[in-house]
Ligand binder design. Structure first.
Ligand SMILES: *Cc1c(COP(=O)(O)O)cnc(C)c1O
Length: 386
């Protein structure tokens, strides 16, 4: 399948898509962790960071790990997914949402988005579950992504999950700080994964967390993340484990970053509104919707360039922004269209396909200055329609 977008190999950027933003308190937090000599994937800051994030998300248990991808891997295994099982997965997502399915030897079944939220479509989930049930093989779990920081429509998903006995794994990597009907992202499924990668809302440079109200699942995740070493001084291993634990140093960084979380979300939402004011009147331009009851982090400002803008406008605008040193990106390419997932079954696909061909994400880091944002808007307008 030909690539949806061709962008230049390695353009030089001076305005990045989503760089980290430090608040000032991180240096002291890191220095204190260094002084304590807990420079290891163990130590007191891990517990503190986990408790703080769990409390923020309104869940009881958490374990900090080395990446969001590791968190998803552990969450999926805790959910009981084994080799040969089917797992439903949002097709409009980053590849890290689905890769842990293959790590476990399970099989993805991709589900398209709905227009209303750009997230996994509950009607298609229902169709898939009915269909799979008729074939006598229900999936163990569904991975639902809070895409670009907007929560999934959790209530209908919950009803379906309960009716069919399927575990919901929430990929909240982009959504820490978002809410759905007042409930925090990360609390909407049975178990969730967060990411603290450098491009996310807050960062530990690299890191992630498994959070859930199921104590047993989080305990298991902790156990597997530390090489599945059995209790006691002897080295005994009955199960396969991984080296996935987060460093105590990075937990200190994350703990300090939590001070700024609400301000970071507010900044990204402000940036979104400023783009909407600057670009929203261009013909064919529409912004990612945010339905009543949803509060997105607006992790990235996303828009689509629909008719009268000709097909290919999104790609051309990205190229022009790159020439001006501005990092803009197409939207996620649907996972069922990825070569690595060739042949995986999919329900629907037209919505994510259109978003990938017509969509652009713009520099949205919480530290983006108004002057830099004006430059993005100016270059965008100058080349529209291309
Ligand atoms: C970033 C991201 C991940 C993976 O997180 P890492 O910490 O980079 O491993 C997973 N899913 C989504 C939707 C993401 O945006």
């Amino acid at each position: 399948m030909p690539p949806v977008f061709q962008t230049r190999a390695s353009p030089h950027f001076d305005i990045f898509l989503s760089p980290p933003e430090l608040g000032g308190g991180e240096g002291d937090a890191l220095a204190a962790a260094l002084a304590s000599n807990w420079v290891a994937p163990a130590g007191p800051m891990l517990r503190k960071f986990e408790q703080r994030v769990a409390e923020f998300c309104g869940v009881r248990h958490a374990v900090a790990v080395s990446s969001g991808t590791a968190a998803l891997h552990l969450a999926l295994r805790a959910a009981g997914v084994e080799a040969g099982d089917e797992v439903l997965c949002a097709t409009f997502s980053f590849v890290a949402s689905a890769n842990p399915i293959l790590y476990l030897g399970a099989r993805p079944v991709f589900i398209d988005s709905e227009e209303r939220t750009w997230n996994i479509d509950p009607a298609l989930i229902e169709e898939a579950l009915k269909d799979r049930a008729a074939k006598g093989r229900l999936p163990k779990a569904m991975i639902v992504t809070d895409i670009y920081g907007q929560c999934v429509d959790a209530d209908p998903l919950r009803a379906l999950a309960e009716a069919y006995g399927v575990v919901i794994v929430e990929d909240a990597a982009e959504a820490l700080g978002a809410t759905y009907c007042g409930r925090p992202a990360g609390s909407l499924g049975d178990i969730a994964a967060l990411s603290f990668n450098g491009n996310k809302i807050i960062t530990t440079s690299g890191g992630g967390m498994v959070i859930s109200n199921h104590a047993k699942w989080v305990d298991q995740a902790h156990f597997w993340a530390t090489q599945a070493r059995e209790p006691g001084l002897a080295y005994t291993h009955r199960e396969l484990g991984y080296n996935y634990r987060l460093s105590n140093l990075l937990a200190a960084l994350g703990y300090a970053q939590m001070d700024y979380l609400s301000a970071r979300v507010a900044a990204r939402r402000r940036i979104f509104e400023r783009y909407r004011a600057g670009l929203g009147d261009l013909p064919g331009v529409s912004f990612m919707p945010e339905p009543e009851g949803f509060v997105s982090t607006r992790w990235l400002t996303c828009l689509t360039l629909d008719p009268p803008a000709p097909e290919g406008t999104a790609e051309k605008i990205c190229a022009k922004l790159h020439e001006a040193g501005i990092e803009a990106r197409p939207l996620w390419r649907p996972l069922h269209e990825q070569p690595v997932y060739g042949g995986a079954p999919a329900y629907g696909g037209a919505v994510s396909h259109r978003l990938a061909r017509r969509g652009v994400s713009l520099p949205s880091g919480s530290g983006l200055t108004p002057a830099d944002q004006d430059r993005v808007i100016e270059v965008f307008c100058r080349h529209f329609p291309v």
